[in-house]
Write a protein that binds this ligand. Structure first.
Ligand code: DGJ
Length: 755
C-alpha cells in the first residue's frame, strides 16, 4: 500500500484498489476515482470537464464553469455554497465553505485523541487540512492493505462557539448506477437483506435508537446492476461505531452517486467552544470488481486483522455451553454443576453462566445494577462455582449487563439520579433503564464492580449484554457511547485474555465498534437453524464467521416452534463459534452421542470453520483453509421427486486431487412414522410403544458419499446423492427431509497421505 502526492493529486493505493483525490484550482477536494487499481499519473483520465457548463448552476467564479461545485465529484463538501447535493457537514444553520490548506502523509494510522475505537495494523495515512474562517476540518484517509478508512475532525479556531448538527466521517461521489443493499430487522429477525435501486431519491440506512441496532446494521453495500456473487463491481461500507449511524446514497443528474457515512444527524448536537475539536468515528470502505464474494472476503480479512483485539486474532475459540435457554433464571449451584458435568462429557470447553446470578434477579424485573452474588442460588459464591467447573476441566464464563438498571434494584434505590432520563416520566424497556454512562461516577461504579467480579474468580469469558434498546438522551447519545467505550477499555485492556462476546438481545449491537473490544457477537436470540441461515449468511457479507456466536439449541425451537434435525442445528452452528444452549439433562442417549460427535468433528476442523475463507454457495456454505474445505448444503422444504442436486465447490486447486466425503449423519426412526412397517417384518403401530421406544434408541445411517476427484471437477460441480423420493430407503440416498442438511469434508489427497 502506498500514498503519494504529485501535482495536486493524491494517489492512495491498496491491494486491488486505488483512490485518487485532486485539489482543484478553487481548493475543493475532488474525488477523481475510488475503484480498480490505477496509477496516480492516470489522474487526468478521471477529471470531469464541465465544458460550457450546466444551466442554472452556481459558480464560485463568474464565467468559469469548472468552478461549479454542484457538478463535480467531491470527497468532502459544505452547505449553501454551490453544492446542493446532500451535505456531509451542518454547522447550526450557517453556510460552510472549507478549502484545501495543507496535507501530511504519515506511516501507520493517526491515533484518535478521544475514546472512539479505531482500526489498527499496517497502514499509511493521508491527513488533509481544509479551512474556513473560524474552523478547521481535518480529513484522515488510511490505506490498510485491502480497505480504505476515513474520518473527520472539526476544530473551532474562532472566538465564538460552533454548533455541529451533522458531521459525516466520509463522503464520496462515485460514477455509475448502483443498487444499495442494507441489512434490517428486529429482535429474533436480524439481518434481513433489502436491495433498492439508487436514483435521485435518497436511500438512507440509519439508526436512531442510540445504538447501532438490529433495525439497520451500520454496514451496507453498493453494487452495479450486473454484479453477481462472483463478478462485477461492488463497494462495501461500514462504521467503527456502536451508536446512531447514518449511511446514504443518492444519484445526481450528472450521474455521480454521493455516499455519506457517519453518525446519524437525528437529534445530534455538539457545541464546540473556541479551541475544541470533535472527532467522528472511522468509516470503512472497500471495493471489489470480483463480485460480492470477493468484497466479503476483503471485509472478513480486515475485521480479522485490523478490528478484533490483537490477542484474539486467529485464536481458536472454545466450544461453549451456555445455561440460558436451558435454565433461564431457574438454577442453583448443583444444577449448574450437573449441567457442567454433562457439557464436559460432550466435549464443551467453556461453561457460561448467563443471567440471574446476582441480586434479586429471579426474573427480568429486578436486580440489574447490583453485583452481589445471589446466595440462595449460589451459596458457595462464584469463586467456588468457577473452581468446581475448572476442576471438571472447563473454563468458566459469566454474563453481565452493566449498562442497565432495574428500578427494583439496590443501585436504583441508592442512586435514582444515575439512571438516564430525559425529563419526562421514565419509560422502561424490558423493565429497565439505562445507567447514565456520561457520568464519571457511574462509569467508575461499573468498572469497579465488574473488575471486582472478574478478579475474584477465574473468569475467562464475558457475555456483555444490553437489553434496553433506546437511549433517552437525544443529543447526548454520542457521549453515552464514548462512556461505554471508556468502560470497555478500562475493563478489558488490562485483561486481554478474557474472551468478550457482546450481545444486545441477540444482534442489536453487531458492529465494528463492539468488535474492537471483543472478537465475538451473539448474532441473534433466534437459534433456529433455518432462521440462522438468513442471519449468518447475511452477516457474512460484511463480517467474518469468527465473529458469530452460533449455538445449537432445543427443537422444537423457542422462537419458531420449528422442529429441525440435530444435525442441521449443528451444521449451521459449525460455521461460526460453536456453542450449545439447551437443557442437557433430558437429552436422549442418541442425542448425546450425536452432540459428542459434532463437537469432536468441529474441534478437528475448528480453524477452518472459524478462520477459513467463507463462501456463500447456491445451496449452502463453504469454508476453505489451506488444503481442507468443508461445505454444507441446506434444505428448507423437500419437494416431491426432487431432481439431482449439484454442489459447486470454490477455492480448490484445479489440478490437485481431493477426497470428498460425507460427515456421517444419523436418521431417527420416528422420521418415517407409519412407513417403518415397509422395512421391518412386522406391522408396527406408529404411535405404539415399540416404535416410540425404537425412535429413542435406534438410529439409521443417512447417505454417505465418497469419491476422489480433481479440484477442477469439484468446482465444476459434484452431483450429490439423490434425495428421498418416495421409493424406499438405502444408504445411497440422502433421507433427511425438510430442514435437512449435509456436510462434506474435502481434503487434498497429499494431506491425507502425509498424515
Ligand atoms: C438477552 C440475550 O440475548 C440472551 O442470550 C440472554 O443472555 C438474556 N438476555 C438474558 O437475560
Amino acid at each position: 500500500m502506498m500514498i503519494e502526492y504529485n501535482n495536486q493529486v493524491f494517489g492512495l493505493h491498496g491491494e486491488g484498489f486505488s483512490c485518487l483525490l485532486r485539489v482543484n484550482d478553487y481548493g475543493l477536494l475532488e474525488m477523481l476515482h475510488f475503484g480498480a487499481p490505477v496509477s496516480t499519473g492516470d489522474a487526468e483520465a478521471f477529471v470531469c470537464r464541465p465544458g460550457l457548463g450546466w444551466g442554472a448552476s452556481v459558480l464560485l467564479k463568474d464565467g468559469d464553469t469548472e468552478s461549479c461545485p454542484d457538478v463535480l465529484p467531491l470527497a468532502f463538501s459544505g452547505s449553501g455554497r454551490g453544492d446542493y447535493r446532500e451535505s456531509p457537514l451542518c454547522l447550526g444553520g450557517v453556510s460552510t465553505d472549507f478549502r484545501f490548506h495543507s496535507y501530511e502523509i504519515l506511516d501507520g494510522i493517526a491515533s484518535m485523541e478521544g475514546r472512539l475505537p479505531q482500526a489498527k495494523g499496517n497502514a499509511q495515512t493521508l491527513k488533509i487540512k481544509m479551512i474556513q474562517p473560524g474552523a478547521e476540518l481535518t480529513l484522515y484517509f488510511s490505506v490498510f492493505s485491502e480497505v480504505l478508512t476515513r474520518r473527520t475532525v472539526l476544530k473551532n479556531t474562532g472566538e465564538m462557539p460552533v454548533q455541529i448538527t451533522k458531521i459525516m466521517s466520509s463522503m464520496m461521489d462515485l460514477p455509475g448506477n448502483f443498487a444499495m443493499t442494507t441489512f434490517d430487522g428486529g429482535w429474533i429477525a436480524e439481518m434481513r437483506k433489502h436491495t433498492v435501486k439508487v436514483t435521485q431519491n435518497r436511500v438512507v440506512n440509519e439508526s436512531t435508537t442510540g445504538f447501532s441496532s438490529y433495525r439497520h446494521n451500520p454496514g451496507f453495500l453498493l453494487s452495479e446492476p450486473d454484479a453477481t456473487e462472483k463478478s462485477g463491481r461492488v463497494y462495501g461500507f461500514n462504521l467503527i461505531y456502536s451508536g446512531n449511524h447514518y449511511g446514504s446514497a443518492q444519484q445526481s443528474l450528472q450521474g455521480f452517486t454521493r455516499v455519506l457515512q457517519g453518525i446519524s444527524p437525528d437529534n445530534f448536537l455538539k457545541e464546540l467552544q473556541p479551541g475544541e475539536s470533535f472527532e467522528s468515528p472511522e468509516a470503512v470502505m472497500a471495493f471489489s470488481d470480483g463480485g460480492f464474494a470477493h468484497l466479503s472476503l476483503k471485509m472478513h480479512r480486515f475485521v480479522n486483522t485490523c478490528i478484533v483485539p490483537e490477542y484474539w486474532q486467529f485464536k481458536e475459540r472454545p466450544v461453549l455451553f451456555n445455561n440460558w435457554e436451558g435454565c433461564m433464571f431457574d438454577f442453583d449451584h448443583n444444577r449448574l454443576i450437573n449441567l457442567a458435568k454433562d457439557a464436559k462429557e460432550l466435549g464443551c470447553e467453556l461453561f457460561v453462566l448467563d443471567d440471574g446470578w446476582f441480586g434479586a434477579r429471579n426474573d427480568d424485573k429486578a436486580g440489574l445494577g447490583d453485583y452481589t452474588v445471589n446466595k440462595k442460588k449460589l451459596p458457595y459464591g462464584l469463586f467456588e462455582l468457577a473452581k468446581k467447573i475448572n476442576a471438571l476441566g472447563m473454563d468458566f464464563g459469566l454474563w453481565f449487563e452493566p449498562e442497565a438498571v432495574n428500578p427494583d434494584s439496590d443501585l436504583y434505590r441508592a442512586h435514582p439520579d444515575w439512571a438516564l432520563t430525559d425529563g419526562f416520566i421514565p419509560i422502561t424497556g424490558r423493565n429497565q433503564l439505562h445507567l447514565d454512562l456520561t457520568k464519571p461516577e457511574v462509569r467508575d461504579y461499573i468498572v469497579e464492580n465488574v473488575c471486582g467480579i472478574l478478579d475474584g474468580a477465574p473468569i475467562t469469558y464475558v457475555k456483555w449484554d444490553m437489553n434496553r434498546h433506546s437511549i433517552a438522551l437525544g443529543a447526548k447519545a454520542h457521549d453515552y457511547i464514548l462512556g461505554l467505550y471508556e468502560v470497555l477499555n478500562r475493563i478489558f485492556t488490562p485483561r486481554p485474555h478474557i474472551l468478550l462476546e457482546s450481545c444486545s438481545s441477540g444482534g442489536n449491537r453487531f458492529d465494528l465498534g463492539m468488535l474492537c473490544y471483543g472478537p465475538q457477537v451473539w448474532c441473534s436470540d433466534d437459534t433456529d437453524p433455518i432462521e440462522r441461515l438468513t442471519i449468518q449468511e447475511n452477516l457474512s457479507y460484511l463480517y467474518p464467521q469468527s465473529t458469530f456466536g452460533a449455538h445449537v439449541s432445543a427443537a422444537p425451537h423457542a422462537q419458531t416452534l420449528r422442529d429441525t434435525p440435530l444435525c442441521t442445528r449443528g451444521n449451521v452452528s459449525f460455521f461460526g463459534c460453536l456453542g450449545y444452549e439447551l437443557d442437557l439433562k433430558h437429552l436422549l442417549k442418541l442425542e448425546r452421542e450425536q452432540i459428542a460427535e459434532q463437537i469432536a468433528f468441529y474441534k478437528k476442523y475448528r480453524a477452518a470453520f472459524q478462520f477459513g475463507t467463507f463462501d456463500r454457495l447456491e445451496n449452502g456454505w463453504q469454508v476453505t483453509k489451506e488444503k481442507i474445505a468443508l461445505a454444507a448444503v441446506f434444505r428448507k422444504l423437500l419437494p416431491a421427486a426432487p431432481g439431482y442436486e449439484t454442489l459447486r465447490l470454490q477455492n480448490l486447486a484445479q489440478e490437485k486431487q481431493y477426497r470428498f466425503s460425507t460427515f456421517a449423519q444419523k436418521l431417527r426412526i420416528g422420521q418415517f412414522g407409519s412407513l417403518i412397517k415397509h422395512v421391518v417384518p412386522v406391522n408396527l403401530d406408529p404411535n405404539g410403544m415399540i416404535l416410540r421406544t425404537a425412535d429413542r434408541l435406534i438410529t439409521m445411517p443417512d447417505g454417505n458419499q465418497r469419491l476422489t476427484a480433481s479440484g477442477a471437477a469439484l468446482m465444476a460441480g459434484v452431483r450429490l446423492l439423490p434425495l428421498f423420493r418416495g421409493t424406499g430407503y438405502d444408504q445411497n440416498q440422502r433421507t433427511l427431509s425438510d430442514f435437512g442438511s449435509d456436510l462434506y469434508i474435502i481434503e487434498e489427497e497429499e494431506t491425507l497421505e502425509n498424515t
